[in-house]
Design a protein around this ligand. Structure first.
Ligand SMILES: NC(=O)c1ccc[n+]([C@@H]2O[C@H](COP(=O)([O-])OP(=O)(O)OC[C@H]3O[C@@H](n4cnc5c(N)ncnc54)[C@H](OP(=O)(O)O)[C@@H]3O)[C@@H](O)[C@H]2O)c1
Length: 183
């Protein structure tokens, strides 16, 4: 009985707390997009994105929402940021006109999924960066991830992947957590 109560209190505590992560696929020159599209197609990156974000909340800018081929992503809360858009422009998503208002409406695990303008605003607030680092410099790119100050982050996970029949580039999954007094 006491054990169950402890577990429930732990679950309640965790679900009320907010964990803010940024998830991004980033090239060697920090490129993340070109002509409002992703640059790389890496099935394992999409799988990891789905595994991490499903059941949680994703926050994106208006242009990233518009780039989604089938609109809002299923089985997770979608939030779109836009100062000018109307709710009916973003079916399946909740609309907010500031990042702070959007974050105030969230609890549990929240993932910032792009694009560059939202990454830039969220980077100082994020607890964790979930990077897919692609070992390539694309010939064409117009959108870049902001500079990461390595002194602020500690690497907690790294998984390297070689080129294979489904992945045209070498890539690594890398998690960085914000440095605290404990780490
Ligand atoms: N590699 C990756 O992992 C990854 C992930 C996501 C996106 N991308 C790429 O990134 C590119 C898009 O990035 P982007 O910077 O051009 O566009 P974006 O960040 O997706 O969207 C920008 C728009 O979001 C709205 N917005 C941003 N901050 C806001 C705030 N604080 N409050 C209210 N509204 C806010 C504004 O919409 P209004 O103009 O409507 O007011 C703004 O014009 C695309 O190429 C996409 O493919 C790459």
């Amino acid at each position: 009985m006491a054990g169950n109560l402890d577990f429930s209190l732990f679950t309640l505590h965790f679900s009320l707390q907010k964990m803010l992560s940024i998830i991004v696929a980033i090239a060697e020159n920090s490129a993340i997009g070109s002509e409002n599209k992703l640059i790389y197609w890496l099935p394992n990156d999409l799988k990891r994105f789905k595994a991490l974000t499903t059941g949680n909340t994703i926050i994106m800018g208006r242009r990233t929402f518009e780039s989604l081929p089938k609109g809002a992503l299923p089985n997770r809360r979608n939030i779109v940021l836009s100062r000018r858009g109307k709710a009916e422009d973003f079916p399946g998503a909740d609309l907010y006109s500031t990042l702070d208002e959007a974050l105030a409406s969230c609890e549990g695990e929240v993932y910032i999924i792009g694009g560059a303008s939202v990454y830039k605003q969220a980077l100082p607030k994020a607890d964790r960066l979930c990077l897919t680092y692609i070992y390539d410099t694309p010939a064409k790119a117009d959108t870049f991830f902001p500079e990461i100050d390595e002194s602020e982050w500690v690497e907690t996970f790294r998984e390297e992947h070689e080129v294979d029949e489904k992945h045209a580039y070498r890539y690594a999954f890398v998690d960085l957590e914000r440095k605290t007094v404990d780490n």
